[in-house]
Design a protein around this ligand. Structure first.
Ligand code: CIZ
Ligand code: SF4
Length: 305
């Protein structure tokens, strides 16, 4: 089928089946363009919970579609590329976290949303890169474990005044690939141009950045800024929205390594296929879902106030 026919078939099926298409900021441009909503994983899951659609086609990676299912158990959540995982989320298992908790019974466990439903079920509260500092600051506990992203954890630790968290040894293989040399070089070459990075980058890179934030914070920061040029230190998919929203601003990727292969697995054909067949449904076992819901919900409550 030709691209145009696939797009019109997707639109037809979407209407016929009362489906909604959600796409993460890191998806390929064609997917972002057919999506009803493009955003970060938290916003997408919240939108998923609000919508009255019967089917949610989640264009992203596995843990994101799982979060949508955890928040919207009565909707059918489909993941177009069923093998799109997140290597960082796989760096912690529920079993290894239980072992840690057995050895550290007093620790409060904060887990980044980039984790499986089973891991979310074992933790005390979830966080995203947008609200991590607020969540951690609100905790009374003397001992806190932050999992699985040691880079985001270290960025938060640097901002904490009276406590330090223990960090799990996980990281995003995409953001970790950016080298300190690259940011130093580009800052020299383009003096005066703002470099914005995601806190999943290594602290050696983050220390040289002019702005650090999640994808939604980066989008907001650039929308509000009067500057005309930016260096972008997060996954390249975000360039599509940045360019659409800021026609007269110029963007350069900090490193050619900023491509997440898992985020690039979803094609228009995959979206068409799952809409047609309703295959690749995400199922979360109910007792796990309820516990994971408690951790996600606690995050939503704590990040409100
Ligand atoms: O939570 C998300 O969507 C991720 C993985 C990144 C971000 O900063 O939005
Ligand atoms: Fe996982 Fe990193 Fe890819 Fe996000 S960009 S899905 S954290 S590997």
């Amino acid at each position: 089928m030709e691209i145009n026919s696939i797009v019109s078939e997707i639109k037809r099926l979407k209407k016929e089946k009362n489906a909604v298409i959600l796409a993460h900021n890191y998806q390929i441009p064609e997917i972002q363009d057919i999506a009803d909503i493009v955003g970060d994983s938290l916003r997408l899951s919240q939108e998923a919970a609000k919508t009255d659609a019967d089917i949610i086609v989640f264009c992203g990676v596995h843990f994101m579609a799982e979060s949508a299912k955890i928040l919207s158990p009565n909707k059918k959540v489909l993941l177009p590329a069923i093998d799109a995982g997140c290597p960082m989320a796989d760096m912690i298992t529920a079993e290894s976290l239980r072992e840690y908790k057995d050895k550290n019974p007093k620790a409060t466990v904060v887990c980044y949303v980039n984790s499986s439903a089973e891991v979310k079920a074992e933790c005390d509260v979830c966080c995203t890169s947008s609200n991590a500092l607020k969540i951690v600051e609100s905790l009374e506990s003397e001992q806190i474990l932050f999992a699985p992203d040691k880079n985001l954890g270290s960025y938060i630790n640097d901002q904490l005044k009276d406590k330090q968290m223990e960090l799990w040894n996980g990281f995003c293989i995409t953001h970790e690939r950016v080298r300190e040399e690259e940011i130093k070089l580009i800052k020299n070459k383009k003096a005066g141009v703002q470099v914005v990075v995601h806190p999943e980058c290594n602290p050696l890179v983050v220390q040289h950045a002019d702005f650090v934030g999640s994808t939604s914070q980066i989008l907001e920061h650039i929308r509000m800024s009067d500057d005309k040029e930016f260096i972008i230190g997060t996954e390249m998919g975000i360039l599509h929205t940045l360019r659409k929203e800021n026609l007269y601003k110029k963007f350069t990727l900090l490193s050619p390594a900023l491509i997440c292969y898992n985020m690039k697995k979803t094609s228009l054909e995959d979206v068409y296929h799952v809409l047609k067949t309703e295959e690749n449904e995400i199922i979360v076992e109910e007792s796990i879902r309820q516990k994971a819901f408690t951790s996600l919900n606690r995050m939503l409550e704590l990040s409100k106030g």
